[in-house]
Design a protein around this ligand. Sequence first.
Ligand code: NCD
Ligand code: ZN
Length: 345
Amino acid sequence: MTSITITRPDDWHLHLRDGEPLRAVLPHTAKQFARAIIMPNLRPAIITVEMALAYRARILAAFPAALQSTFEPLMILYLTDNTAPAEIVRAKESGAIHGVKLYPSGATTNSGAGVTDIAKCYATLAAMEWNDLPLLVHGEVTDPDVDVFDREKVFIDRILAPLTRRFPGLRIVFEHVTTRDAVQFVTEASSNIAATITAHHLLLNRNAIFQSGIRPHHYCLPVLKRETHRQALLAAATGGNSKFFLGTDSAPHGQASKENACGCAGIFTAHAAIELYATAFEQAGALNKLEAFASFHGADFYCLPRNTSSITLKKESWIIPEQYDFAGEPLIPLFAGTSLSWKLV
Ligand code: NCD
Ligand code: ZN
């Protein structure tokens, strides 16, 4: 195959940051995706409808005027111990807020304002179930006694499975699943439970973090897992099951915060997101499954119309730049300086 044309995709999990960094990364996403679910883990976190709408306006203002109508940010509220049920009603009524994100406090970047005990959120989760506003979960426990590589599996057992029993009508997106256990849980759960899968978890296993030295640009959360898990993710993404859809979790950090004695978690993939997914799907012999995963399943789950325009990828080798500009700092993209064989036209 020398080219493929698919319905324009959406990114159902994206970190855009704010201010100058936002301006630096937004064009990468907007050139390929029609819409994106915008993660609310700014500092301060986006915990009210008012903050989400102001953030949305800043994203739209970051576009050149001519491009504004081509990309739609889908806003998400950041769940805290104190999010009031009334805020959920306001979020639903806004029409611009499409879900609420659960970060277990301390699980990842800017999760300090996150939930310390899920029981504190039951009334708010009930309001979400009632108003049909989806819950997006960062599915890792933070218990320091739990091995880093087991935190997703333990989260399913301790938090997620009980939550789906308590709130059977609540729609939940299990974000950036990384394990066979998560794939199995989502597959067997009700139709209210779906999952996003990143390109980097489809392309890399945990050996990539230690390839002839420590590789900070391969460090993200949830951390990369072993090959058997990558294989399970690939099977889920390419299997045609509408519960699984594209979410890049592209998470930019400047070079100095990544190449650091205590480096930040996050992999920047927006520079070549759809090409990276195409590479993974091609390796699995399933390019014909890319469109549904990238362009249909997510829109259907979020009850939004599918996009009508299209994009084309050409089989053409190109070299990923060594770095991009990130508000005056270098931003090192995934696979910097290496070649990719699919190119967005
Ligand atoms: C994300 C970030 O940097 O905001 N980092 C990451 O490794 N994925 C946060 C997150 O989604 O966990
Ligand atoms: Zn994320």
